[in-house]
Design a protein. Structure first.
Ligand code: ASP
Length: 292
């Protein structure tokens, strides 16, 4: 049984196969290959894009989707995660998609169920489908061979599961990563290049990935306001100027703090391309894990 717990769950060859399938789906070539399959989504943490993207992906391939509403589910009545998993498993789903605020929950659940578990984000640990769709989007604009391409990840790297998954995946495919953040947003023992000043490094970059400040994971307030952070790290049109870069962000964007209005609307901003590609990537992941 294969699960998608983090980006390491897939080898390079599996990722290439996944991308071939996603390209095929993107060209409109797909069928109801998941008809009669039942997929459960269980999101213990808020989500707009990821949950709807997974649900649209599953439905595009003809699957039945049951979305558990956590607010009204029994986990709110004190049921343990183990019991929730055992009970869901007893209904024989073909896959369970889970998001949780605690790192490690998808991995734990995978030990108690008889179907693939797909991690839709766990704490600050991993968000594998986001990283897979990010690299797919980068390839769409910069070509398939990304070796040596330079990317700046800007923002709250330490608390970001998106950064964590992208660091693993993009390093494996040979990208040259620079982490750009104030000292308290950098991971403590990173071996990657770091900078505290986006202005110093942007001229070298092919890709800029802006990340949201993960205030929900901060135990103490670091900035007096997000505006203070934005004044140093916001990706503005003035900063980017006429540079030949592409700009990514996993969403939700803090407007004029992560990216300014003008840059978000710029043709070099690929934020909505990421959202569109997310559906094809998730279709491919579901197909691969359920049908092969
Ligand atoms: N949507 C992404 C996540 O779930 C990024 C974010 O929330 O900042 O991690």
């Amino acid at each position: 049984m294969e699960h998608l717990i983090d980006t390491r769950s897939f080898t390079i060859d599996e990722i290439e196969d996944l991308y071939l399938l996603a390209y095929k789906y993107k060209s409109g070539e797909y069928d109801r290959t998941l008809a009669n399959k039942m997929i459960i989504t269980i999101f213990f943490e808020n989500s707009t894009r990821t949950r709807s993207s997974f649900e649209i992906a599953a439905k595009n391939l003809g699957a039945n989707v049951v979305s558990l509403d956590i607010a009204t589910s029994s986990s709110n009545k004190g049921e343990t995660l183990y019991d929730t998993a055992a009970n869901l498993d007893a209904m024989h789903p073909d896959a369970i998609i889970v998001r949780h605020k605690n790192a490690g929950v998808p991995s734990l659940l995978s030990k108690y169920v008889n179907c693939p578990i797909l991690n839709a984000g766990d704490g600050a640990y991993a968000h594998p489908t986001q990283a897979l769709l990010d690299m797919f989007t980068i390839r769409e604009f910069l070509g398939d061979d990304l070796k040596g391409k330079k990317i700046a990840m800007v923002g709250d790297i330490k608390n970001s599961r998106v950064a964590n998954s992208n660091i693993e995946l993009l390093s494996r495919f040979g990208l040259d990563i620079t982490l750009v953040a104030p000292p308290h947003f950098l991971p403590p023992h990173t071996t990657l290049k770091t900078s505290h000043d986006i202005k110093e490094v942007i001229s070298d970059m092919d890709i800029v990935m802006s990340l949201r400040t993960q205030t929900e994971r901060h135990t103490t307030q670091i900035y007096a306001s997000l505006k203070d952070y934005g004044s140093d790290f916001c990706i503005t049109k003035k900063l980017v100027a006429d540079r030949d870069i592409i700009l990514l962000h996993p969403g939700p964007v803090h407007r004029n703090i992560d990216i300014d209005d003008e840059m978000l609307a710029d043709v070099r901003s690929k934020v909505l391309n990421q959202v569109s590609n997310g559906v094809f990537i998730r279709m491919a992941v579901l197909e691969m894990l359920i049908n092969s």
